[in-house]
Write a protein of this length. Structure first.
Length: 355
């Protein structure tokens, strides 16, 4: 029987230190992973929350679930694991899935232009029933109004300060609709001074013609693979229809069309065997490190979706090491600003990660 102090709910500071030695992962990274996986409890709040977690000179944005089933307590400006203080924290702000927001010190914009709360089908999705804070941005007028709003907030004259726009959004009726939307976002922002890359995060663009068009417009493709097993049970129909081989073929065609590519993966749904078998299959078709999201429970029911082995820190630390063993052979490394739910915070394969 595994030590309860290494389980997701029973983790202690001494347990985290033992795991750090066993897996050769810094204690900070073990704690950062566990906060992401379990979220925090805090008086009078529930749902999703965002706050800054600071320890020594490190400062990390946490976007997590708020609830009772966690060893972490957010209270009076500090974060505790069980009774031990592990860092300071800012107040909790509401975290919604449908916002448009900046990353990378304001150089990357995440645009949820086709409200995700209208999209249905993936069992683990956190966008259902989320609070709708803004209108769909699928028209030229809507996008220009959004840019006006962003420029008013930042005090800039145009959008030339942006390096990239991530279109992370709900599904469209067809592939042509997605492409049309990406081209519209690209054109509208370019007319307002943007000269960076539009990154499409999704799985609706699969044809060579569309990928070539994206390549001509200097776009990038982040394919939402999400999981390797039980795909027809866990994924929205259209997403599950694109099987793993077909998905890799799309990424290959995208690379041939000149696009930067990556894929999104939720860590917690598959066996470690699948992870060790499948990650190497992507090495030739991606140019950026996969976005590995630690599985979070947006709803209590999501707990039942986990792979039966994904209830202890051993699973997640083992997976982190497995992925490092595969990706460590390449120069691709996680970009921390791109993913607040990654299994990496300070190191990768023993090397310090750029913050
Ligand atoms: S495609 Fe799936 S994960 Fe994405 S918004 Fe729609 S239901 Fe949610």
């Amino acid at each position: 029987m595994r030590d309860p102090s290494h389980s997701l709910n029973g983790l202690t500071l001494s347990g985290a230190k033992e795991l750090s030695l066993e897996y050769n992962v810094p204690v900070f990274d073990v704690l950062h992973m566990a906060i992401n996986l379990r979220g925090v409890k805090s008086k009078g709040v529930s749902g999703r929350g965002r706050f800054l977690f600071k320890q020594d000179r490190r400062e990390y944005i946490m976007a997590v679930s708020l609830g009772e089933n966690t060893p972490f307590k957010h209270e009076e400006g500090v974060l505790r694991i069980q009774d031990d203080v592990i860092g300071t924290v800012t107040d909790i702000e509401e975290d919604t899935c449908d916002e448009t927001y900046y990353r990378n010190n304001g150089r990357a914009l995440t645009l949820n232009s086709n409200i995700k709360s209208d999209c249905r089908g993936c069992m683990f999705c956190g966008a259902y029933d989320s609070v709708e804070t803004e209108k769909s941005l699928t028209t030229e007028e809507g996008l220009n109004n959004k840019i006006d709003e962003l420029l008013k907030e930042s005090g800039d004259e145009d959008m030339s300060f942006l390096d990239s726009i991530g279109v992370v959004t709900g599904c469209f009726p067809s592939e042509d609709d997605v492409l049309g939307h990406l081209l519209l976002v690209n054109d509208v922002f370019k007319n307002r001074g943007f000269s960076g890359t539009v990154c499409y995060v999704g799985s609706q663009i699969t044809s060579e013609d569309c990928l070539v068009e994206m390549g001509k417009n200097n776009m990038a493709l982040y394919l939402t693979v999400e999981c390797f097993e039980r795909r027809s049970n866990l994924l929205r129909l259209g997403k599950a229809e694109l099987n793993l081989d077909d998905g890799r073929d799309v990424l290959k065609k995208a690379r041939n069309a000149g696009l930067e590519t990556s894929f999104l993966y939720i860590l917690g749904l598959d066996s470690l065997v699948s992870i060790s078998e499948q990650f190497p299959e992507y090495l030739d078709v991606i140019s950026r490190h996969p976005i590995v999201n630690l599985m979070q429970n947006y709803q209590p029911i999501h707990e039942t979706l986990r792979h039966p082995t994904a209830y202890s820190m051993h699973y997640f630390l083992g997976a982190r090491n497995l992925i490092e063993n595969v990706m460590g052979k390449t120069s691709m490394r996680p970009r921390l600003w791109e993913n607040y739910r990654a299994p990496w915070a300070t190191t990768y394969g023993g090397d310090i990660l750029e913050s």
